[in-house]
Design a protein. Structure first.
Length: 369
């Protein structure tokens, strides 16, 4: 008692009840047994109604021991809650969930393998789950939309541009193996647009802006044969199939990992879809080069056309950001394929025809553009 006289409050001496001396630390004081009241048990945090019934004399001691109420889930209007950790936890702790994932993965693998096929001419293996009927329906709908979009800007059937395109197209169709389609030629009046495309089903669209780059029939044949090659290889159906496959896979992976779907779409576009599109364009260049050589057009005209296109290009994006190869890449590929195209030209027995055509052009000073 003599060592710690100030640790005991003076009021303790007035009572006869002994005071316990069990002190854990020097700075703690022992409250009087008659004035001290233990705090009530903590309220149930799952019942918010009890929070308003806390006695005022208890101060903050109850709040220090009680947990805050469990938040109530409210769906967000424009954003899904992250579910990646929940799925990962289910993968680690629930064998049944893993069996379900394995089963779905096995079905998808069987579906992928059963829809593999070879591309005509090149023999490349690719995934294609779009039937010919579905491709034809989508192409017809696209055809009507394009006609409505460019209504009033399509040249007539007797216009010189339309007749020139039809003349070159007829020679290419004869060697394409697609003679049974209902081919139609549409030349659109747009001097600024240097483009052409062929919709599956034989619907050809050529913008007038590309015709000045085609100084003769051979260069125009290089353009049309490339677009016909897309239909020979069914690149439109392959593109839709790959779109479903890649973006569907990225969606599942993003759902499992809790990633934003916008990042998955951007990654799928840059890493998978655009490189695949450039591969299709290169494949169409190869098929079109062989096609125009078989139709008795000089394959050198394809190289000359892309040299002109390179000179006309302005502010072209980098190749890895584009859906098409650069003109330099196309020219290098054509030079690599040129011996094979020359062999195709010789097998087609077109040498004499080309020699006579050159003689006629020199004799009459023939120039079309």
């Amino acid at each position: 008692m003599s060592f710690f006289p100030r640790l005991i409050r003076p009021t303790v001496a007035r009572f006869s009840t002994p005071i316990p001396r069990t002190l854990t630390k020097l700075h703690q004081t022992t409250p009087h047994l008659r004035t001290y009241r233990p705090p009530p048990p903590p309220r149930d945090p799952r019942r918010p109604s009890q929070w308003g019934k806390i006695p005022m004399n208890t101060g903050m001691r109850v709040l220090q021991h009680a947990r805050p109420p469990t938040p109530i889930y409210k769906p967000f209007p424009g954003r899904l809650p992250p579910r990646g950790p929940l799925l990962i936890h289910a993968w680690r702790t629930k064998p049944g969930f893993r069996y379900i994932v394995y089963s779905i993965g096995g079905v998808l693998v069987v579906f992928y393998i059963s829809n593999l096929e070879k591309v005509p001419v090149t023999g490349r293996w690719r995934f294609n789950c779009i039937s010919s009927e579905s491709e034809a329906e989508a192409s017809e709908e696209m055809y009507q939309q394009i006609l409505q979009q460019y209504h009033g800007r399509v040249y007539g059937h007797l216009h010189p541009y339309t007749r020139k395109v039809r003349r070159v197209l007829e020679r290419l169709i004869a060697v394409s193996g697609m003679e049974g389609l209902d081919w139609e030629v549409h030349v659109i009046q747009d001097p600024e647009q240097k483009n052409a495309f062929v919709i599956p089903g034989g619907k050809v669209f050529v913008f007038s802006g590309i015709l000045p780059l085609c100084s003769d029939d051979g260069k125009l044949a290089a353009v049309l044969s490339h677009e016909i090659a897309h239909n020979v290889a069914h690149h439109a159906a392959e593109r839709m199939s790959k779109y479903f496959l890649i973006l569907g896979t990225l969606f599942v992976v993003g759902l499992l990992l809790g990633l934003d779907l916008g990042y998955g779409n951007a990654i799928g576009e840059l890493v998978f879809l655009r490189p695949s599109s450039r591969k299709q364009e290169s494949e169409a260049d190869y098929i079109g080069l062989m096609m125009m050589a078989q139709a008795c057009y000089d394959p050198e005209d394809a190289k000359k056309f892309w040299e002109r296109m390179k000179a006309a290009e302005r502010n072209a994006p980098p190749q890895f950001l584009s859906t098409h190869p650069s003109s330099d890449t196309r020219i290098a590929d054509i030079e690599r394929w040129m011996p094979e195209a020359r062999g195709m030209l010789e097998k087609s027995d077109c040498t004499e025809t080309l020699e006579y055509a050159d003689q006629f052009r020199r004799a009459f000073g023939y120039t079309r553009w």
